[in-house]
Design a protein around this ligand. Structure first.
Ligand code: FAD
Length: 311
């Protein structure tokens, strides 16, 4: 019995949507499965995607889905993939959404389910996240330029992120939230750029509907800030493909070769399911397009026998 779909794509963020479009245009029967929990849903506007600068995250995804679904071989399910297991002719996907269970078989599976984020345990942080406090400096710093900013992080990359952010503001405080993550040499280096390191633990971020007012420290002092950046912890949440035994890296993300192939034949990954730390929408979309080309070539087969010129 042959699989129902040539390719099943798990995750319809920019990586999955871009792969889906390219694969359906390669005349593959494509099932795109998505739980509709985009990582950037906390924000109202997305920046830096050429021709779509300032678009809402939901609108960008809607446009991508509409383009894909314009093709006869395209199918989209809104559901959560709970497991991917080996089947006779490829893989079986089991899905569940609001009490409805469904399954499908596919010759190839592409994982594009991105990252899960965990913010530092600061009570009101989530309320300001995506509007006044962001995580992606490249995406959002322009809109906070020249403001008094906070950069909050409990990871050793805090000094690097602070230095990067100094491109957009001269008034920057790096908050460690009590974690020992900035070395004295780094602090001195940041100091030479006018960036202060604040090592006291944070009690909360404070403000109102109009915006952020500051960062209150454990002793009650509030350092006034109108915006900021925070470093979440990221994880892959790839338990649903665990039965296949694909190799994971130290961050729990799928290890791939330069073309998106995992250690399991027929299982591919693209976007933030493969790369440590955040990327950007257009980078994830590019990754999806690139891996789609590899999948199509692998399915065509026989290209390697033509010689070294064909990769
Ligand atoms: C607050 C915030 C703001 C951002 N702003 C910008 C910006 O302005 N510009 C920019 O370029 N980048 C921005 N980013 C980064 C951008 O969101 C990511 O780079 C991009 O979304 C990664 O794409 P992806 O396709 O790899 O994964 P995602 O976009 O995270 O998509 C993964 C999809 O997989 C689905 N999924 C997960 N598990 C399952 C499962 N088991 N079954 C079915 N579906 C599943 C999810 O519902 C989701 O739809 C921002 C990120 C955040 C957090």
């Amino acid at each position: 019995m042959s699989a129902e779909y040539d390719v099943a794509i798990v995750g319809a963020g920019p990586a999955g949507l871009s792969a889906a479009l390219n694969l359906v245009r390669a005349r593959r029967r494509v099932l795109l499965v998505d739980s509709n929990r985009p990582r950037n849903s906390a924000t109202l506007l997305s920046h830096g995607f050429v021709t779509r600068d300032g678009i809402s995250p939901l609108e960008l995804r809607k446009l991508g889905r509409e383009e894909f679904l314009g093709y006869d071989e395209a199918e989209h399910w809104q559901t959560l993939v709970t497991s991917v297991t080996a089947a006779e002719d490829g893989f079986r996907l089991d899905c569940s959404y609001r009490g409805e269970d469904r399954s499908a078989t596919a010759g190839v599976v592409l994982v594009t389910t991105g990252l899960q984020e965990k913010l530092p345990a600061i009570p009101s942080l989530r309320a300001y996240y995506g509007t006044f406090i962001h995580s992606c400096i490249e995406c959002d710093a322009y809109d906070k330029r020249d403001q008094p900013l906070a950069v909050i992080g409990e990871h050793p990359d805090l000094a690097e992120r602070a230095l990067l952010l100094s491109q957009w503001t001269d008034d920057l405080v790096a908050f460690t939230n009590g974690a020992d993550v900035v070395t004295p040499a780094e602090e001195e280096h940041l100091g030479r750029r006018g960036i202060r390191v604040e090592r006291r633990a944070i009690q909360d971020v404070v403000g109102d509907r109009e915006g952020l007012r500051g960062v209150t420290l454990v002793d009650g002092e509030t350092i006034e800030r109108s915006g900021g950046f925070v470093r979440p912890a990221w994880s892959g949440e790839l338990g649903y493909v665990a039965p296949l035994g694909g190799e994971l890296d130290g961050d729990g993300l799928l290890v791939v070769d330069g073309h998106g192939r995992t250690s399991v034949a027929g299982l591919y990954a693209a976007g933030e399911s493969t790369a440590p730390g955040p990327q950007q929408l257009i980078v994830a979309a590019g990754s999806g397009a690139r891996v789609a080309a590899t999948i199509n070539r692998d399915l065509v087969g026989g290209l390697a026998e033509l010689g070294d010129a064909v990769q």
